[in-house]
Structures are given as C-alpha cells and as structure tokens.
Design a protein around this ligand. Structure first.
Ligand SMILES: [Zn+2]
Length: 134
C-alpha cells in the first residue's frame, strides 16, 4: 500500500489562502491525474478523475474505491482510494516559506500517480478583502 499526498504551492500576491471551493474534503471536487501501471509502467493516455462522492465497489472483498481501472497494456487491475481529513488550505505563510500544503491523501494500489492536473473550482481568500473575493 502506497499513500501519496498531493501537495500544492503557489506564488501568492494578496491572497490569504487557497483551497478547493468546498474545502480540501469537498465531496464534489474532482482531482484529475494520469496513472502509471505499477507492473508494466504504461502511463494512461487520458487523465483520470476521482471525486470523494463517487465510489465504486471493489471487485474482491469488501469496501469501495474511488477508481478501479484495468491497465490497457498488461491487464492488471489497480485502484485509487481517497483518504479525506488530511488536507489543509495553502496559506500565505506556507507560500512565503516556499512550503507546500497537503491537499488530499490518495491510496494507490497497482498504480502510481503521474502528474496531477489542476482544474475545477478553487476558492482564494484575499488578504485585504476577506470573504469578498471570488
Ligand atoms: Zn500495465
């Protein structure tokens, strides 16, 4: 079992914090990334997408994952499970210290993440206009 924490950083100017619209554990926020097969090293052509709200039952055993995908090349099944409750907004303090904020923890089995793609709705809080910035 390999857990990967998605970490973000950004250059802030007049922004106090940055996080997905509904917070790091926003159930409807989609994370996009490519996956690399742990057996043959094949990287998926398209980005795949996981959302906390969107689970699929595991083929074997009990429980659910957020993604089950078979490698097109070697046929190996892999799963990705999101582990909420570990993320923090990226704050100006972290940004100024060139530090990263943890966003979401992912449990990759059979696959490795190969680059996250940022899209979706983000909320940025302005230092000077708290609550008024879109
Ligand atoms: Zn493969």
């Amino acid at each position: 079992m390999v857990n990967h924490m998605l970490m973000i950083t950004a250059d802030f100017e007049n922004i106090a914090s940055l996080q997905p619209q509904g917070g790091c554990d926003d159930p409807d926020f989609s994370y996009f990334f490519k996956i690399k097969c742990g057996r043959c090293g094949e990287v998926s052509e398209k980005e795949t997408c996981v959302t906390l709200n969107d689970t699929v039952p595991l083929l074997q055993g009990k429980g659910t994952a957020h993604l089950i995908q078979k490698c097109k090349f070697c046929g190996r099944d892999g799963t990705v499970t999101m582990i909420p409750g570990k993320g923090k907004p990226l704050t100006q303090e972290l940004s100024e210290g060139a530090k990263y904020a943890p966003l979401m923890l992912f449990d990759f089995r059979g696959y490795e993440p190969e680059g996250f793609v940022f899209s979706g709705a983000w909320t940025a809080e302005s230092v000077y206009m708290l609550g008024e910035c879109q």
